[in-house]
Design a binder for this molecule. Structure first.
Ligand code: ATP
Length: 465
């Protein structure tokens, strides 16, 4: 019964709601497409994902962090090409008015349609295959023309009646990095090669936000732009590709569910690009993009702002606009991957159970501490002592005295807690003095229990982290 992919999305969505990881956005008002709210355990899991990425970036001594604003001058998005070219091919079903992505419909019948195709080209491809295409909602074979739908979300922040400049919510965090590249450089800590990393919300008017956390309209990105000289770029691109794939292996994600996929059609300025894909329940999907973007972005901002973006290399006495390698991954897609990868139904002893086999590094709760019986004050006092010590050390520790021990184990299995620690009568040394000040540590994946001295608990957990 290990990890069946059939209905896995549905199972993960149900578990996520039942246990307080993720809720549908605006649920009490019937929902709001493309938005989700993070519950208590979801926040913890998301923070662990962010911490893992931050730690990996901080392993590099030449990567610094930035937190740029969500709102920027509209000119940023004109310069970046998002106003004119950031679109998806939209087609509407004439029968039920469902809005669908034309490239996804074509891919569904095995026709590769790059999302970057011109409106004319995708219409031609669509017309060629029109007779075979069915609406995913009502099944009708009756679509209108394909048109490019811009994905930027607009706003009126700071706009008054007399203003005609358009304001956008950022469609990616990367542009905040490009427009601050000079500021960071001039702040004096960096010389090329160096990277700027940023974590933050991005917004896109996705045509059909589906597949749970995979395609949202409000989501979070972790992006890093690595600035360097052209002659070193291709080698750095190869090295980032390997580093980022290895990062997921080290995180404990199943290797056979990850792959590197080179882009078949590069955008005109890109020199090389690939995606790290994960095999989600609905098929392979982009988790992270690794792009060698030439120096297009900085050149565009130089052109539109009139600010010199060049770098003077003191050693070689050269002046140039740096080239950029980008790594860009969604927090939401990482969390969805972690949940799918960990979701398991198995049999333990006599009973079947749902267990999230999350890597301890990502688990929202590292360990739960319980008194065997909650109405025995001696057990409770001792358990609270242990709880306080572990909480101070690890932070992500849960007090759990709800229901009987079996129920507590099931609940902790479902939220992926690697270790449950139970304080029982032996801990008090009542019947077996030799077991005094030892506790039961139960392993989530095997269900095995061992006796560990309270004084060894911290080192034992650290060993396994
Ligand atoms: P897709 O082709 O799936 O729409 P993309 O190529 O447009 O993705 P990028 O612009 O490269 O995505 O964004 C970088 C990363 O941001 C993606 O690899 C993904 O992890 C995340 N991301 C992009 N769009 C969304 C979204 N709508 N919801 C959640 N995460 C997203």
């Amino acid at each position: 019964m290990e990890n069946q992919s059939e209905n896995l999305t549905e199972k993960v969505v149900n578990l996520a709601k039942r246990r307080g990881f993720v809720f549908a956005g605006s649920e009490i008002y019937g929902g709001f497409a493309g938005t989700y709210d993070w519950g208590p355990l979801g926040v913890a899991l998301k923070n662990n994902v962010i911490k893992a990425w931050t730690d990996a970036m901080q392993d590099h001594t030449n990567i610094v962090f930035l937190d740029s604003s969500i709102f920027t001058s509209g000119k940023v998005w004109e310069a970046s090409g998002h106003v004119s070219g950031f679109s998806d091919p939209l087609v509407i079903c004439n029968s039920c008015h469902e809005k669908v992505r034309a490239d996804h419909l074509l891919e569904g019948i095995g026709v590769t349609a790059d999302e970057k195709l011109s409106e004319e080209a995708i219409n031609a491809l669509f017309d060629e295959n029109r007779s075979k295409l069915k609406c995913p909602k009502c099944g009708a074979n009756d679509f209108g023309q394909v048109r490019a739908k811009n994905l930027l979300a607009t706003s009126n922040l700071g706009m008054f009646e007399s203003d005609d400049a358009q304001v956008y919510l950022r469609g990616e965090t990367a542009q905040g990095i490009f427009i601050n590249y000079k500021n960071v450089l001039d702040s004096g800590f960096n010389s090329i090669p160096f990277g700027i990393a940023q974590i933050g919300k991005a917004f896109r008017n996705e045509i059909s936000p589906r597949q749970f956390l995979f395609r949202k309209r409000e989501f979070e990105q972790m992006e890093m732009q690595y600035f360097l000289k052209e002659s070193e770029a291709m080698e750095a691109y190869e090295s980032w590709k390997n580093e980022r794939l290895n990062y997921y292996y080290k995180l404990g994600i199943k290797k056979d569910k990850l792959r590197l996929k080179p882009h078949e059609n590069l955008v005109f300025y890109a020199k090389a690009a690939c995606d790290i894909e994960y095999e989600y329940p609905f098929g392979w999907g982009e988790l992270e993009g690794i792009h060698y973007r030439g120096n297009y972005d900085l050149s565009q901002h130089q052109k539109f702002s009139g600010v010199d973006m060049s770098y003077y290399d003191e050693e070689t006495k050269e002046r140039y606009i740096p080239h950029v390698i980008e790594t860009s991954v969604g927090v939401d897609r990482t969390v969805f991957m972690a949940l799918c990868d960990a979701y398991t139904e198995d049999t333990l002893g006599e009973s079947t159970r749902i267990v999230l086999k999350l890597p301890p590094k990502l688990a929202p709760v590292i360990c739960a501490v319980s008194p065997l019986l909650k109405n025995k004050p001696d057990l409770v006092v001792k358990a609270q002592e242990v709880f306080r010590v572990l909480k101070k050390e690890f932070g992500r520790v849960m007090w759990d005295d709800n229901g009987n021990i079996g129920k507590r184990y099931r609940r902790q299995d479902e939220i992926g807690t690697p270790w449950c620690i139970v304080i029982d009568f032996d801990t008090l040394g009542e019947e077996h003095p030799e077991l005094k000040d030892t506790v039961t540590v139960r392993n989530r994946d095997t269900g095995n229990q061992e006796r560990v001295a309270i004084t060894d608990l911290i080192s034992k957990i650290k060993e396994n982290l």
